[in-house]
Ligand binder design. Structure first.
Ligand SMILES: NC(=O)C1=CN([C@@H]2O[C@H](COP(=O)(O)OP(=O)(O)OC[C@H]3O[C@@H](n4cnc5c(N)ncnc54)[C@H](O)[C@@H]3O)[C@@H](O)[C@H]2O)C=CC1
Ligand SMILES: O=P(O)(O)OC[C@H]1O[C@](O)(CO)[C@@H](O)[C@@H]1O
Length: 378
């Protein structure tokens, strides 16, 4: 069994590549980072160090590596003969890998089994976004794409911090991981991946994950940055930051319970477990990494505006989420192009224009006035 995985970064090596390896797949990593691909290509194994309570080290073997910017033909051949294609490259990059996946699909033998395509990104319906791009890249052969592929959305949860450059291709991760995949598209024959959980309805899982883990983590990052903290664990140990994270997650939990009819005590337990993960001092994670790409994180369906807009539409409280958005506006990191753009927009637009442009909310949305107010604050 063979899997082609796009993105040999933190999640690629430390989570999806590991689980595919444990499931018995040979993993072909495809990445545009030449140094990384050379390092993976010249290694026989790498270690995944799980840190925190119960952590242990796991070794991944049986992989190869392809530089996807220079060796497209080889990549097409690999996809044409693979069982699974996964991605962990960032939601905004999916459109760039779609053309080569389309070529690989169209190069498959017509009687080959259907290729399972799963985007493993922090975004709602990331695989649907990828599938649309693949169909578009296939042009008039888009119906062949659907005959040859099964597209399944997924939710991925494991905190994998930036890595120490001296660690080579080894990866340090937290012990927790959860890969949830929608089963419907497989029509009864899901791929064998023991580390993954297949569910009928992914919607509640992805919203619960994005609006709890990601909303809380990003709040800790933005509040921590504003308070002058560098590491996430240090930020989370600041009582004022922790208090805000807890308040924000009580608001998102209220939405999740109301919308998906979750058991409130189970959601409380889920939230507590996540708060303990944020406090993991063994993870060398930074507020700059977790807060990266603030414009994406402040967009319409993402971790702040997504839940806050739905809460406002239901007439429920959003004060703490709006406070967190206010802190996100102070994320000013020279090396992060979206942070630079965010600060530029703040200087060059009115608060109302800023809210419309960044969040995509119309002026008459019930959340808009409180956002305009927080953007107007000095
Ligand atoms: N790191 C984490 O804790 C978590 C990350 N995620 C999600 O996983 C995805 C990946 O995140 P990370 O692994 O942290 O990022 P990363 O930056 O460590 O890895 C991304 C990799 O994708 C590669 N890449 C970029 N453009 C590419 C292209 N066109 N073709 C092939 N490879 C390309 C980069 O060179 C890099 O090696 C993101 O969507 C993120 O939101 C989800 C859960 C947790
Ligand atoms: O990867 P994104 O979407 O930029 O979000 C930042 C971080 O959020 C988490 O997924 C969960 O908190 C991180 O570990 C992740 O890298």
């Amino acid at each position: 069994m063979k899997a082609v995985h796009f993105g040999a970064g933190n999640i690629g090596r430390g989570f999806i590549g590991l689980l595919l390896h444990e499931a018995g797949y040979e993993v072909v990593f495809a990445d545009v980072n030449a140094d990384l691909i050379d390092a993976i290509g010249s290694a026989d194994s790498y270690d995944v160090h799980e840190v925190g309570e119960g952590g242990r080290t796991k070794t991944v073997t049986g992989f190869r590596a392809i530089n996807s910017s220079v060796d497209e033909d080889a990549l097409v051949r690999e996809i044409a003969t693979a069982d699974i294609v996964t991605t962990a490259i960032g939601p905004n990059v999916l459109r760039f890998v779609a053309p080569v996946i389309a070529k690989g699909l169209l190069a498959r033998e017509p009687d080959a089994s259907r290729l399972a395509v799963m985007a493993c990104e922090n975004a709602i319906s990331a695989t649907d976004i990828l599938a649309a791009e693949i169909r578009s890249a296939a042009g008039e052969r888009s119906s062949d794409v659907d005959a040859r592929a099964v597209f399944a959305n997924t939710a991925v949860d494991r905190i994998v911090p930036g890595q120490d450059p001296s660690a080579g291709i080894d990866v340090t991760v937290e012990t927790f991981c959860e890969w949830v995949i929608e089963s419907g598209p497989f029509a009864g024959s899901v791929p064998e991946i023991p580390g993954a959980t297949f569910v009928d309805a992914l919607g509640p899982y992805i919203e619960r994950k994005l609006y709890t883990v990601n909303t809380g983590h990003a709040t800790a990052a933005y509040a921590g940055f504003a308070a002058g903290h560098g590491r996430i664990a240090e930020s989370f140990a600041d009582p004022a930051v922790r208090d805000l994270v807890e308040r924000v997650l009580r608001e998102t939990s209220a939405l999740l319970v109301a919308k998906h009819e979750l058991d409130p005590s189970q959601q409380d337990a889920y939230r507590e477990k996540i708060l303990a993960r944020f406090a993991n001092d063994a993870l060398p994670d930074t507020v700059v990494r977790v807060g990266r790409q603030p414009l994406r994180k402040l967009s319409r369906n993402e971790r702040f505006i997504g839940p806050a807009a739905q809460l406002a539409e239901r007439g429920m409280l959003t004060d703490d989420l709006v406070e967190a958005v206010g802190l996100a506006l102070r994320f000013d990191v020279e090396e992060d192009p979206e942070s630079v753009e965010l600060q530029k927009l703040r200087r060059e637009t009115t608060p109302a224009e800023f809210v419309g442009k960044v969040t995509g909310l119309p002026a008459d949305h019930p959340l808009t006035p409180s956002l305009v107010q927080v953007v107007s604050a000095p």
